[in-house]
Design a protein around this ligand. Structure first.
Ligand SMILES: Nc1nc2c(ncn2[C@@H]2O[C@H](COP(=O)(O)OP(=O)(O)OP(=O)(O)O)[C@@H](O)[C@H]2O)c(=O)[nH]1
Ligand SMILES: [Mg+2]
Length: 500
């Protein structure tokens, strides 16, 4: 089990020994290390996995840097969100600070003078920890802790902590632990309380000439390799299930979106899945798949997935890649957006950027503006500016029939209508056309059957030798990202049928 820790390996107030760095002079001015460091948020030992029992709610100052071209509101919104993350993790924000800078200071993220100001503020409000809104480099974090005399952590650490608290499945836990190790490894320090000392016992023994840091590093690397192997085994098992799914030929729809947008609520509304719904960030970490029936009776598989957020730690994206294959392999994404959020467009952009990062940037996407029960006006405006999108309320059920109809239409639009000539002798080909596509017209011609059928790109190329329209549809794939994929014919969004 990994130690729960926010990315640094020494206690924050007490016996840290920053050899040769002059850190001694920067102890917290409160003087008494026991009161300045009260355990908890930045310093959890113990086993990970379940909820962290923190002895008290830590007092936090949040800090952001405002770059040129970013307006005040945007910075405040980002800090609001960070505050929500901190709250979700189980601590209280007691102050915030923003510095305007062209770029973060390489050594200290904020300027040195500002750091002094921040230290005074932190003393004044009796803060335990300072949380920065961008990922700090290990050096920045180290320097800031010296300058501030208290724990300095970043948004990434807070998100990793929440994921750690919320992980419940074996795979979820392994993924989060792996991400936490990847975050911690470059932040290990040579002195202070070490992993091995925490663990005590036989493992704490060093090899000849080995420093404690090397021991810790080796141990973390070994655990990472073990986790990677575990995850590969789990992924292999899932791969088998996925192949079975493919054989069933059911279409797959993945529900994606910003955290807390209402994805799980939507899955429950569509399928009675009974997935946990909470007004909490990252309530869902594991994918859940259920069957739903589209209007007309066609069944589809619908999967609820982990939520995304602005500045989602790349360690997490990396660790969750195999879970997120349900997204990259989906036929269609239903991208749920909280219409009542402060800046839905920014959330859409953040989600799309993660989709891009995991290789799902080209999967067809249908926008669903949720919570229209409490944000009817905003939802209507958003629908107007995103052609092909729908307004829904996963709670009241409002708009859900429209959503299902839109899903059916979009899935249909992913297929092309092709014309084929099948010799009379090839009853087997006719039969597989019926199985693999939707046969719209079938009539006897001179040399064989004339068939018009809807086929997806893969099937269309399998039946290429019987096609009379001569086009090879491979490449179009039906997966451009946009409410109206331009590579498609005009009927992509709204017309339920453009069959002959
Ligand atoms: N008013 C309103 N609230 C909603 C609606 N849909 C979801 N919510 C609420 O939004 C909160 C988050 O819902 P979830 O379904 O857990 O959201 P999620 O997208 O799965 O969130 P994560 O799994 O944490 O990323 C809950 O408090 C829901 O009750 C809606 O249509 N209207
Ligand atoms: Mg959820």
């Amino acid at each position: 089990m990994p130690e729960r820790h926010w990315g640094h390996d020494h206690p924050t107030g007490g016996e840290r020994d920053d050899e040769g760095t002059g850190g001694r002079g920067d102890r917290p001015p409160t003087g008494d290390p026991d009161t300045s460091h009260r355990g908890g948020f930045g310093d959890y030992g113990g086993e990970s996995g379940g909820l962290i029992e923190r002895t008290f709610r830590e007092r936090i100052v949040v800090v952001g840097v405002q770059r040129p071209g970013v307006d005040d509101e945007e910075v405040e919104r980002s800090l609001d969100e960070l505050e929500q993350l901190v709250d979700t993790a189980g601590a209280d924000v007691v102050a915030r600070m923003v510095q305007r800078r062209d770029a973060p200071e390489p050594a200290t993220y904020i300027g040195k003078g500002k750091a002094g100001e921040l230290r005074r503020l932190s003393d004044e409000v009796d803060a335990d920890t300072v949380v920065f809104d961008d990922e700090l480099t290990p050096a920045q974090q180290f320097n800031l802790e010296r300058l501030l005399g208290r724990t300095a952590i970043d948004r990434t650490a807070v998100i990793l902590d929440i994921f750690g608290q919320n992980a419940s499945s074996q795979e979820g836990k392994a993924q989060v632990q792996l991400a936490q190790y990847r975050y911690r490894l470059p932040r290990l320090r040579g002195k202070g309380r070490s992993l091995s000392q925490q663990a005590g016992g036989i493992g704490a023994r060093r090899g000849p000439g080995e420093t404690q840091l090397e021991v810790d590093r080796r141990r973390i690397l070994r655990r990472m390799h073990k986790l990677e192997a575990d995850l590969r085994a789990i992924a292999k098992h899932r791969d088998t299930q996925r192949k079975a799914r493919r054989r069933s030929r059911l279409r797959a729809v993945a529900i994606v979106g910003y955290t807390n947008a209402g994805k799980s609520t939507l899955l429950n509304a569509l399928t009675e899945a009974g997935v946990l719904v909470e007004n909490r960030l990252f309530a869902t970490l594991d994918a859940t798949t259920r069957r739903a029936d589209l209007p007309g009776g066609e069944p589809v598989l619908v999967t609820d997935t982990v939520g995304f957020i602005a500045k989602l730690p790349h360690q997490l994206v990396e660790a969750f890649k195999s879970t997120l294959e349900v997204v990259t392999e989906a036929d269609l994404l239903v991208h749920v957006v909280d219409a009542s959020a402060p800046d839905p467009e920014a959330n859409i952009a953040a989600v799309r950027s993660v989709l891009h990062e995991i290789g799902a940037g080209r999967v067809a996407e249908l926008l669903a503006f949720n919570k229209s029960d409490v944000a009817a006006g905003a939802a209507a405006e958003l629908v107007a500016s995103h052609p092909g999108s729908v307004a829904i309320s996963a709670v009241t059920g409002q708009g859900l029939p429209d959503l299902l109809q839109a899903v059916a239409n979009r899935l249909r639009a992913l297929t092309d209508v092709v014309e084929l000539h099948v010799p009379f002798s090839r009853g087997d080909v006719l039969a597989s056309l019926h199985r693999e596509g939707e046969v719209l017209v079938e009539a006897a011609g001179e040399a064989g059957m004339v068939v018009r059928a809807r086929l997806d790109a893969a099937a269309a190329s399998r039946f290429a030798e019987y096609r009379v329209d001569g086009r090879d549809s491979s490449g179009s794939g039906g997966s451009a990202r946009s409410p109206h994929p331009s590579s498609r014919s005009p009927a992509s969004g709204s017309s339920p049928s453009r069959s002959a």
